[in-house]
Design a protein around this ligand. Structure first.
Ligand code: PLP
Length: 411
């Protein structure tokens, strides 16, 4: 699809949700889908086809001119609804969905960066993103510069004339630290450098980085946006020109990190209830954060909407609620974390986040276990041996509090 046709589609007047004029939830349910185009089906059909047949060579040419609508690695109608809807909800001109959040990061960096370029990243990132920037990108001659972006002034010394992109998460996984999107974007733009934000921990219902000056937004759709823990997915949302580049040169075409249409359907279904779910995740997480903060076994709690959070003013500026992710540590440290996790009866010991089910994990335990396989496995910068990460689910919060309390007893 060309940049201009992508833009036209975003402003498509046949769209029953009329672009961005309707409310967030209405657009999450209706944007970019008109039942009249799909035999009046109320829910988007799943197109399970690997290729598309054409009535003539000229029709085949016309499809190719639309950006390769010839083959399902490049184009699928179900997937396209998801791309347009996510772009609309983020306030972006265009979107690209791929098979996982990591595929989205791979698409981003391997499409926009070349040998000799530099990438500035915040010093703490999701562990596999760290693996990508530490182990993979340097092999291709891309220099990665980790910086503490909690002070946006640090960007000034980190950016050189080779810097092509600044990349960070906010909230930051797994610390639930907050970075100031508008302050970072202003400094990067002053040096003509694009900014990409991984907004997975917030979702577009609580935070829209483009409104704060970011150029590109990345999501692991696996998390809140799908929300039900039953599929993987990733998305990149941004301006039409950049998305055109990502679309044409990105990993979906070249390495085939295509989202399955069935996953696109599930994610579209999850998206319909996103803001309802985020309200509940956020309300329950705040109750749990207060409970933990007052508990004698707990040494510290990090939750963006707690008054004790060092960045809570920035969190209130760029997020409408705190989401469901919190981190905490016990006075009993590494061993205490393991004991507490083993005592839990309702919360599930698992990685991942953003599901209906509450998920809890202890990164230091996983890292130690991985060291048996890989000697260079290490904890991410800023993550202590005591840190426990909790993704608060949609269960009754009183049951979650009771389970955590019994697990913390006498620790
Ligand atoms: N970004 C963040 C903040 C994550 O937490 C994750 C996964 O946990 C990813 C990206 C990668 O997403 P996926 O697991 O869908 O590849």
């Amino acid at each position: 699809m060309t940049a201009s046709s992508e833009q036209d589609n975003v402003q498509d007047h046949s769209d029953p949700s009329h672009g961005a004029r309707l409310g967030f939830d209405t657009r999450a349910i209706h944007h970019a889908f008109d039942p009249a185009d799909f035999s009046r089906a109320v829910q988007p059909p799943v197109f399970l086809t690997s290729t598309y047949g054409f009535e003539s060579v000229a029709a085949n040419d016309a499809a190719a001119a639309l950006g390769g609508r010839l083959y399902a690695r490049e184009y699928n109608p179900t997937t396209e609804i998801l791309e347009k809807r996510l772009a609309n909800l983020e306030g972006a001109e265009a979107g690209l969905v791929v098979s996982t959040g990591m595929a989205a990061f791979g698409t981003l960096v391997l499409s926009l960066l070349s040998q000799g370029d530099e990438l500035v990243v915040h010093k703490t990132l999701y562990s596999n993103t760290v693996a990508m920037v530490e182990q993979c990108l340097p092999r291709f001659g891309i220099r990665v510069v980790p910086v503490d972006l909690s002070n946006p002034n640090n960007l000034d010394a980190a950016i050189t004339d080779k810097t092509r992109l600044v990349y960070f998460e906010t909230p930051v996984n797994p610390l639930s630290a907050i970075l100031d999107i508008s302050a970072i974007a202003a400094r990067a733009h002053a040096r003509n450098v694009k900014v990409a934000v991984d907004s997975t921990f917030a979702s577009p219902s609580l935070q829209r980085p483009i409104e704060h000056g970011a150029d590109i937004v990345l999501h692991s759709l696996t998390k809140y946006i799908n929300g039900h823990g039953d599929t993987l997915g990733g998305a990149l949302l941004g301006d039409a020109e950049t998305l055109h580049t990502l679309h044409e040169t990105g990993l979906r075409y070249i390495t085939g990190a295509t989202l399955s249409p069935h996953s696109a359907f599930l994610i579209l279904r999850g998206l319909k209830t996103l803001s309802l779910r985020m309200e509940r995740h956020s309300a329950s997480a705040l109750i749990i954060a207060h409970m933990l903060e007052a508990h004698p076994a707990v040494a510290w709690v990090s939750y963006p909407f707690l008054d004790s959070h060092p960045d809570h003013t920035i969190a209130h500026k760029q997020m409408t609620q705190g989401a469901g992710m919190l981190a905490f540590g016990l006075h009993a440290g590494f061993d205490g974390a393991r004991t507490m996790l083993d005592r839990l009866q309702l919360l599930t010991r698992a990685v991942s986040l953003g599901d209906t089910d509450s998920l809890i994990y202890h990164p230091a335990s996983i890292t130690r276990a991985r060291q048996a396989l890989r000697k260079d496995a290490h904890l991410i910068e800023g993550v202590g041996e005591d840190l426990v990460r909790l993704s608060v689910g949609l269960e009754d919060v009183s049951d979650l509090v009771a389970d955590l309390r019994q697990a913390l007893q006498d620790l």
